[in-house]
Design a protein around this ligand. Structure first.
Ligand code: NAD
Length: 505
């Protein structure tokens, strides 16, 4: 075995430095590369040309993922051999891929993030005023998006003729990991404030947990300002006055939507990169998609993927190369060499294609911007966060059950009379809701009702609820020809009820 191979064996992919006589020598890091679909191959070639010209010490294992793999009959868009390569190398640079519409294909992006435990999605969005036209000249924010859960759990069911459901799952480990990441990132990058966006005025349990964990962890970082915004007004403020924000942490779906908005208002969605970070592996990409209409035209802006690659270089410890590429990129934008998406007669000199843009960045390697602030990445290595430790089990008591029913009638009083026939000694019907709004007892005749009803059963008085009653309720429903579609247990954790009331209750 040669020396490099030996060193590679000793050091994991995440720590590819070898120190000798005080000087740091970079050793080769093996990375997995997927060129993707649409504009993917063009922007990946441009990105690799630039970082290799800058001296990136990477060895490339290329894999095929995406449209061709999906259409060849693999519904996951990736082969088992490609998974092996990704897991072995641990570092993945991925161009955008097309998820074919219809046919039930799952997004490979979401699958990769979840399979590999890439819980943190980091998306910096910074204005390049006066060189790239923007209404927000001093914007410099980083969106930290939770990357594994929320509505992206992808658990959906049609339950009745009229109603489909998507489960929104938010976990304490998920919240703690992402919020801690946001504060540690802010600390490393000397950023002043972390803002949290949620909709916990409506989703008191799920978004409520995210907000609660944010408040808990914020206390451990007194030197960093913290604040919480309800997502709707927060998003409006972000689109109008982005300079009011610094680092923003949020659940998955909000982060997906708002990071596109944030990138677009810096000048183009084609400018922003994204790092997907896990405890073992990491994936780097552009935030945008495969833009199929622009494919094969040498027109796409490679900057988003290049920004992803720069984050990758920092992550694997090649911070000097990362810094050199970023300064050359800033200088190229200053020089006015712009792809079509950011071309503006007032601020641009030349509208260039993907390849020409890459050549201009390569020609600028070693140069620094003169108006924009040059970057310094000396302290930009991967964050080393503690592993999540499970908390001691809480005291959980069962207080009742919600039984969901498919019923085609319209009068809630009629349904209540039917449902009362399945009551047991220990569980009585206390409420019926339709799409969350209470319709019995004391509903409004104006409330529109679908065929999807939630019937809440609780014991009378102080009696404890017996789990066996759920089985008896369901058996009674079968006997009474009532179409039950699911149940949800109603728990109290450490004495506090942790389920939603009916709206209007
Ligand atoms: P998109 O981001 O691909 O493109 C939207 C528009 O933005 C394009 O038409 C183009 O005008 C512009 N644009 C995007 N990237 C650009 C670039 N680098 N340079 C210049 N202009 C650029 O969004 P879409 O059209 O909604 O999605 C297309 C496909 O991409 C879909 O199949 C979708 O599933 C997939 N997608 C993949 C990823 C990913 O791989 N991470 C992310 C989002 C969407």
């Amino acid at each position: 075995m040669d020396n490099i191979a030996n060193i590679n064996k000793i050091y994991s992919a995440g720590t590819p430095r070898f120190a000798l006589s005080k000087k740091i020598y970079l050793i080769m890091t093996k990375i997995t590369v997927a060129k993707g679909d649409g504009i993917g191959p063009e922007i990946m070639d441009a990105t690799l040309d630039i970082i290799l010209a800058a001296g990136a010490k990477i060895e490339i294992d290329e894999i095929e993922v995406g449209e061709k793999v999906y259409l060849a009959g693999n519904t996951s868009g990736i082969s088992p051999e490609s998974w092996e390569t990704i897991r072995r190398n641990k570092i993945f640079l991925k161009a955008p891929i097309t998820t074919p519409q219809g046919g039930g294909y799952k997004s490979l992006n979401v699958t990769t993030r979840k399979f590999l435990g890439l819980y943190s999605n980091v998306r910096p969005c910074r204005s390049l005023h006066p060189f790239v036209n923007t209404k927000h000249p001093v914007m410099d924010i980083v969106i930290i998006r939770e990357n594994e859960e929320d509505l992206y759990a992808g658990i959906e069911h049609q339950q009745t003729d009229e109603v489909v459901q998507c489960l929104k799952l938010i976990s304490r480990p998920g919240c703690e990991k992402i919020v801690r990441y946001a504060f540690e990132y802010a600390k490393q990058q000397s950023r002043k404030k972390v803002t949290c966006f949620t909709k916990d005025n409506i989703m008191k349990q799920t978004d409520g947990l995210f907000h609660q964990v944010f408040d808990e962890i914020a206390k451990e970082y007194p030197e960093i300002e913290n604040e919480h915004w309800i997502i709707d007004i927060g998003a409006a403020k972000l689109a109008d006055t982005p300079e009011a924000f610094d680092v923003i942490v949020m659940p998955n779906l909000y982060g997906d939507v708002l990071s596109d908005v944030a990138a677009q208002i810096t000048g183009s969605v084609g400018l922003a990169g994204s790092a997907n970070i896990g405890e073992e592996c990491a994936m780097f990409e552009a935030i945008h998609g495969s833009a199929p209409r622009r494919a094969g035209q040498n027109a796409a802006n490679p900057s988003g993927l290049l920004q992803g690659a720069i984050m990758m270089l920092n992550h694997i410890g090649q911070t000097e190369v990362a810094e050199k590429v970023q300064n050359a990129w800033l200088k190229t934008l200053e020089d006015g060499f712009h792809t079509y998406d950011i071309f503006n007669a007032k601020t641009s000199k030349l509208c260039v294609g993907t390849k020409e843009f890459a050549k201009a960045v390569i020609a600028n390697l070693g140069n620094k911007p003169s108006t924009l602030k040059p970057v310094s990445y000396a302290s930009n290595a991967a964050l080393n966060l503690p592993k999540y430790k499970r908390k001691p089990a809480a005291h959980k008591t069962l207080e009742g059950v919600d039984v969901f029913v498919h019923w085609n009638g319209t009068d809630p009083a009629e349904l209540a009379a039917k449902i009362k026939s399945i009551e047991t000694n220990g569980s009585k019907l206390t409420m019926i809701t339709n799409r969350g709004i209470k319709v019995w007892p004391d509903g409004f005749k104006e409330t529109f009702c679908t065929d999807h009803w939630r019937c809440r059963f609780k014991p009378e008085g102080q009696t404890a609820f017996d789990k066996k009653d759920i089985i008896i309720l369901l058996a009674n429903a079968v006997n009474e020809n009532i179409d039950t579609i699911k149940t949800e247990n109603l728990y109290a954790i450490n004495g506090k009820a942790v389920y939603s009331l009916g709206q209007g209750q």
